[in-house]
Design a protein around this ligand. Structure first.
Ligand code: ZN
Length: 281
């Protein structure tokens, strides 16, 4: 698919894009979903002046992305330090974070059920016998710590282990995004340099920028409008934004997660602070 997508043709690529087009067509008739996209867009527009700094930081440039054969791929280039070797596997380091101590019991249970495999850098939450479990690699790196923290957020939200009793995809994604950003930030505050802390924040704003960009793209597709201009990526490379194809209509949940982060991060600066306020999301 990689080679076919770069050339914009090939049997598999054409099948994937045709399936996606059909899924979008079906979703265009889903009024409730379109209303969610419209509401989210209205909120972004209304809050734009207040969130000016966030929008500036979330602005995407070609230098933020990986390239393949002269094409810009919608995959963010991770800062180098995320891959440096840490003294212990990510799960052990997460369990030591002061901000997570209140949830240590449930987190240990989730980790013990999870399937960590060497070399699997695709972090996911799956249901196994009715329980959410994490898949991915428990490597001694910040990249793994960020990936596992994100999925841990999904697991905790979906098992109603946080204060909020109701869980929907937007809420689950919001908790996951907060866990990812704040767990790494908490770790870097004691074990990292000031430069790494700044680089992590900058990288996270680019994650938000991507969420917003693909939310706009999907919102336009649902209204039957052409893509956002100027085009940042060639459309044939969109298949590398996996969620766009595996979960059509989902980008609104990423956008909501980023929007909530944009509103709250300025004041809730720690994981413990966020956990105390989960009802506010
Ligand atoms: Zn997620």
């Amino acid at each position: 698919l990689f080679a076919q997508a770069l050339h914009g043709q090939g049997e598999l690529y054409e099948r994937v894009t045709a399936l996606h087009a059909r899924a979008l067509e079906g979703l265009r008739r889903d009024r409730a979903l379109r209303r969610r996209f419209d509401r989210c867009r209205t909120t972004f527009t209304r809050e734009r002046p207040r969130l000016r700094r966030w929008f500036q930081q979330a602005q995407l440039t070609p230098g933020d992305f990986l390239r393949a054969q002269e094409h810009l791929l919608p995959i963010l280039r991770e800062p180098e330090f995320l891959h440096r070797r840490l003294p212990r596997p990510a799960t052990e380091l997460l369990l030591r974070l002061p901000g997570l101590q209140a949830l240590r019991g449930p987190i240990e249970k989730i980790f013990s059920r999870s399937k960590f495999t060497v070399g699997n850098r695709l972090f996911r939450t799956r249901l196994h016998r009715g329980q959410p479990v994490i898949e991915g690699e428990d490597a001694p790196s910040l990249s793994a710590l960020a990936g596992i923290a994100h999925e841990l957020g999904h697991c905790l939200a979906e098992r109603h282990l946080l204060r909020r009793q109701r869980c929907d995809a937007a809420y689950s994604e919001t908790v996951a995004h907060f866990f990812e950003e704040l767990a790494v930030r908490d770790y870097l505050e004691t074990q990292g340099s000031a430069r790494e802390q700044v680089a992590w924040e900058r990288y996270q704003r680019k994650v938000d920028g991507c969420n917003f960009f693909f939310f706009q793209e999907e919102a336009r597709a649902l209204r039957g409008l052409p893509r956002v201009r100027p085009r940042l990526f060639p459309p044939n490379t969109y298949v590398f934004r996996e969620s766009l194809y595996s979960m059509p209509g989902y980008q609104v949940n990423y956008a909501r997660a980023s929007l909530t982060k944009a509103r709250w991060l300025a004041c809730k600066r720690t994981l413990a602070g966020f956990l105390a306020m989960t009802e506010g999301t």
